[in-house]
Structures are given as C-alpha cells and as structure tokens.
Design a protein. Structure first.
Length: 463
C-alpha cells in the first residue's frame, strides 16, 4: 500500500477529510488535478453546524475572523429567516469567500496537497484500491474517497449514474467593484423572471450572481451591461457597478449519486450530490460529509470496518434533503410572472410568521437540525473541569460524559472519559450522540462502545 486513504480532490470536503485523518495518525494522500487557484468561488455562506464542526477542529475562530456575520437569510422581498435564536454558539451565517474556508482547512497540522495529480480510472479488489494517474503512475490504498466535484472522475470510473437535471441555466457571474456598495452584507433579491445575489470578498471586490431568464449556453460571451441591467431590474439600482476583473456563465444542477459507497470507494461533497446555490448549503453539506466519514475511516484502518456501513445510510438522506430544500428555494426565486412573484412573497411572509415554521426552517438551513434517526446532534456545553465539549472533541476521539459503572479502560485509545453528568452520554467525534443511558447500564454501554468504537483492546476480535 502506498497509503491508507487516497483522497481525490482538494476542495473544502477533501481538505476537511485530510485534516481529520492526519489528526488520527492515518496515512493519506490528497490529490488535486489543478496546479493553480481557480476563480470558481461560488460558496460564501458557512452555516452554524459547519462552524460547530470547525470548532471541534480548532479552526472556527480563524475563519470567523475573515468574514462577516449575518443574523438572517433573506428569501424573497421582505421575507427573512431569522437565525439569531438558534441553539448554538454560532446563531448566524458567516459570509466569507470559499477560498478563505479552504485556506483555514489547509492550515491544519498534517494537511498536505499533491497538486497536478489527475486520475484516469480506479480499480478495486478485496484488499484495496488502485488509482491510475494521467502521468502513468499508479497508487495503491486501502480506501479511496472521491471528493473531486460535479464532474467526478472517481464516480465515473465506478460507473455510477448522476441522475438529475439543470434547474437554472445561464447564471451570470462577475467580480466587480461598486461606486456605492450595497448597504447590507448580503444583497439578495428577485423580480419576475430574474434574481441577483451580491456578496463581498472583503477586500473591496464583490461577487455577483445574476439571472435574467435567458437559456444561453455557458460558453456564450457575457457583458457587464447585461449583468448591470439585471441587478438594476431586481434592486432598482446597479450600485455603480464597474471594473469587472472576471465574468462567466454557469448552470445550476440538482443531482445525486444513488450510492455514496461502492466497496472500498466513497463519494463525498459535490461528487456525491450537487445543489442549486439557494440557501448556501452545498459546501456546508460536503464539509459535514467529511466530518462524518473521517473518523470512520480511521477506525476501519485499525480493523473496525463495520462502522463504514453507516456513512451512506446517514449522509445520503441528508443530501436528498438539501437537494429538495435548495431546489424548492431556487424554483420560487425564478418564477417568471409578477402574479407568481406576489403570491410567493406573500406565502413566504405568512409562513415565516408562524414560530414553528420559522424555527424549523432555521434548523434546516443552518444544519443544526440534522440528525441520523436516533443519532442526534449534541450541543456544545461547559464541562465540570471548565472546558467546552467541542474543545475536548478536538483530539478526534469519542468523549464519554458521566461516570459509568463499566470500566472503559479497554477503549482508552479511542475514548476520552469526562465525569460531567448524572447520566452517561457517548459522543462521537463528529459531535453526535452514539448512546445515552443510566450509569448502571453496563451492557448497553458496552454494546454501544463495540458498535461505534470497535472491539476492546485485548479481545480476540481485535487481534
């Protein structure tokens, strides 16, 4: 084996996974076909659950320092989804360009990227995976993760379909300056048959996403006047847009692979699912894919392979939920008639006036409400020794809260015990509850430890 885990694609998903494997002491190689920094930043929103996961890796604060906080997500007209009441340390959405997220993730200890490495195909057998590169090299690994985007070579090599459709065609992108910058951190609005989104890079430049109802190929030329007219139509002003440094077109797809795992090969991020940009959930979903998968791969390398079965069963439904949510939002945003626009805005305002609907929407968009059936998110808390739970999670191990009657020393290489509660709570490295029960429930805790952490050290099964 050249390595334990081969990661293909060094975007936010691949970087998160590489950092988690490095933290666990697992050998990995992170391949990226690009040799330069692409100007493809489309993600500006970092949601609350992603910030929690980054907090558990010690990099939330450096990322927060690069951006601006927004307490709500504006949907249509005056309809806004308030995030300030979320039960989290991060009751907002952080606005920062994707390259800042990638920079912070790449700064973690042990993260290295092999640039200019492109695969052509992969094969696998009972013992591992072989990747064939364009330069003639082959690499052999126990496991391989494709985080190589919408046009994933890994997914194509597996022969997996990527069913779905283009939702919006000919979305215009531009990096511009403004004579009179927008007054809000985010400027999002829609008119009949048009929408515009404006987000700051933080250095005087702004990224504009605009759509005017055209169905033109991505290769068609684009002019600043076309973008300016769309922004003017939607907002009543173009904010003095000038000096574009880059312009392009793209189309927004909704697609999801039918499986996230085939044998020893896994898909994560846009290679597994792609969504409309509405709601800003795409990059966040990919980072959370990696947070779910990394510790499971680490355990599998050490022999506890059955835990890998939970990756697809947990993350595939989340991808489907995000696809449907973002799809509904973008379809409402691109209604073409003035009557439809008025009905949409009125319906959104009425729905968000209902506390339960508003709270549910905030939980969904932020990711705070994501769970895996009985496996639920554990909020951060201050422990008896003064530390926060998510600070303890930074070593990538399970955390056992409480004082169980069962001696857990046989799992001490994977587990950090903290006497902090009258009951017992086993927290996974990704901040989700693996098990909870009474201090006297030795059989229940033992079963949970074996299921999630693997066999105890010294047992027959672990040798």
């Amino acid at each position: 084996m050249d390595t334990d885990v081969l990661i293909v694609g060094a975007g936010p998903t691949g970087l998160t996974l590489a950092g988690d494997l490095a933290r666990a002491g697992i050998r990995y190689l992170l391949l990226e076909r690009r040799t330069d920094t692409a100007n493809a930043t489309r993600a500006f929103a970092v949601h609350a659950r992603t910030l929690e996961e980054l907090d558990a890796r010690g990099v939330a604060d450096p990322l927060i320092a690069t951006g601006q906080r927004v307490d709500g997500v504006r949907l249509f007209g005056q309809a806004q989804l308030d995030l300030s009441g979320l039960p989290t340390r991060y009751p907002y959405v952080l606005i920062t360009p994707q390259y800042q997220t990638e920079r912070v993730l790449a700064s973690r200890a042990g993260v290295t990227v092999t640039a200019g490495a492109e695969i052509t195909k992969i094969t696998q057998d009972a013992d591992g995976v072989t990747a064939f590169l364009t330069d003639g090299r082959t690499l052999r690994a126990r496991y391989l993760v494709g985080s190589d985007g919408v046009h994933s070579a890994v997914r194509e090599s597996l022969g997996l379909p990527f069913p779905g459709r283009s939702v919006v065609r000919s979305i215009m992108l531009a990096d511009v300056r403004f004579t009179t910058p927008p007054p809000s951190v985010l400027t999002v609005n829609a008119a009949a048959g048009a929408f515009a989104f404006i987000a700051p890079f933080g250095d005087g430049w702004y990224r504009v996403f605009a759509w005017n109802g055209d169905e033109r190929p991505d290769s068609d030329p684009i002019s600043l006047d076309e973008i300016r007219a769309t922004v003017q139509r939607v907002n009543g002003t173009d904010f003095g847009m000038h000096d574009p440094r880059w312009m392009s077109r793209f189309h927004s797809d909704e697609r999801q692979a039918p499986h996230y795992r085939v044998g020893r090969v896994f898909l994560a991020g846009d290679a597994a699912h792609c969504h409309s940009p509405a709601g800003g959930m795409g990059m966040n979903t990919g980072i959370q894919d990696a947070a779910n998968l990394g510790w499971k791969l680490a355990l599998a390398v050490h022999g506890h392979t059955s835990v890998l079965d939970t990756y697809e069963s947990e993350r595939w439904p989340v991808g489907r939920m995000v696809l449907r949510t973002s799809g509904a939002l973008v379809r409402l945003a691109v209604v073409r008639s003035a009557m439809q626009q008025r009905l949409r805005t009125t319906a959104a305002r009425i729905a968000l006036a209902v506390p339960g609907v508003r709270h549910r929407g905030a939980l969904t968009i932020s990711g705070i409400g994501i769970g895996y059936g009985p496996v639920t998110r554990v909020p951060d808390r201050t422990l008896a020794d003064g530390r926060r739970l998510y600070e303890v999670l930074r070593d990538g191990r399970f955390v056992l809260l409480g004082s169980p009657s069962l001696d857990v020393g046989a799992w001490s290489d994977r587990l950090t015990p903290v006497a902090a509660a009258p009951a017992v709570l086993l927290v996974r490295p990704d901040g989700y509850a693996a098990w909870s029960g009474a201090t006297s429930d030795e059989s229940g805790l033992r079963a949970a430890l074996i299921r999630w952490c693997g066999s105890p050290v010294g047992s027959v099964a672990s040798r």
